[in-house]
Design a protein around this ligand. Structure first.
Ligand code: SAM
Length: 226
């Protein structure tokens, strides 16, 4: 069985859609999606030779060559415009995911959903998506082996939107659906904010804008805990 993290990623992928899993490593996710009957066709992209070979091996092992194409290349370079409907990028740093999307913007025609699982900087990813006319359709949190993972599902937005800073940080959809694990995230974030506030308090000329932003965020996170 695949990890709880990847199962939750899978739960946000629309059934029957053609999926590209970018940075697929062992191709466990596309294999799971095809084997469970949720989808029929996938592309597994890998930039590094080792993981690329691993993906090829897994697909052969499960005899899924007619359903999963393994391609070597950087980011969205491995897909053609209009070729896929869902793009998954999981298990990488938020900055790397951002770079991959930015570089692949011309490839996004026909894409109906992103499913992203950044290891950090989810706030920056939400902000980038919203500013590039994607809307956050759904979000998930999953706790596995003591690590809290955030997963963001985004879809093309019919109209421009703006979010407030705290909504990028907390995850507006997580907040709206009162996700049961959001309190866990709140505790982690409050520790981080308090450390940052202590740092600011020690400085001779504290950046008042930053101070204000942290105080505002802290208030929001405390609201989550209420
Ligand atoms: N997606 C799988 C998961 O979530 O379990 C594997 C995650 S693994 C930690 C990250 C993978 O992304 C590595 O195999 C790495 O080679 C690949 N990767 C990193 N940057 C990439 C890029 N620009 N294009 C394609 N693959 C990339």
């Amino acid at each position: 069985p695949i990890s709880k993290r990847l199962q939750t990623v899978a739960s946000l992928i629309p059934g029957k859609s053609v999926v590209a899993d970018i940075g697929s490593d062992h191709a466990y996710l596309p294999v799971f999606l095809v084997q469970s009957g949720k989808i029929d066709q996938a592309i597994a992209g890998e930039v590094h030779e080792g993981p690329y070979q691993s993906a090829l091996r897994t697909v052969l092992e499960y005899q899924l060559q007619n359903h999963i194409t393994v391609r070597k290349g950087d980011g969205l370079e491995v897909i053609q415009p209009q070729e896929v409907e869902t793009i998954v990028i999981a298990g990488m740093g938020g900055g790397t995911i951002l770079e991959i999307i930015r570089a692949g913007l011309p490839k996004l025609m026909g894409v109906k959903r992103f499913v992203l699982q950044p290891m950090n900087h989810a706030d920056r990813l939400r902000e980038f998506l919203i500013q590039h006319n994607w809307e956050v359709a759904d979000e998930e949190l999953v706790l596995e082996d003591g690590i809290l993972y955030e997963i963001i599902a985004a879809e093309p937005s019919p109209k421009p939107q703006t979010w407030e800073n705290w909504q990028y940080a907390v995850g507006l959809r997580l907040f709206e659906k009162r996700h049961p694990l959001l309190a866990e995230k709140a505790k982690l974030e409050l520790l981080r904010i308090d450390r940052a506030l202590e740092g600011l308090a020690r400085s001779h000329a504290p950046d008042t804008d930053k101070l204000e932003q942290f105080e505002m965020l802290k208030k929001k996170w405390l609201e989550v805990l209420d």
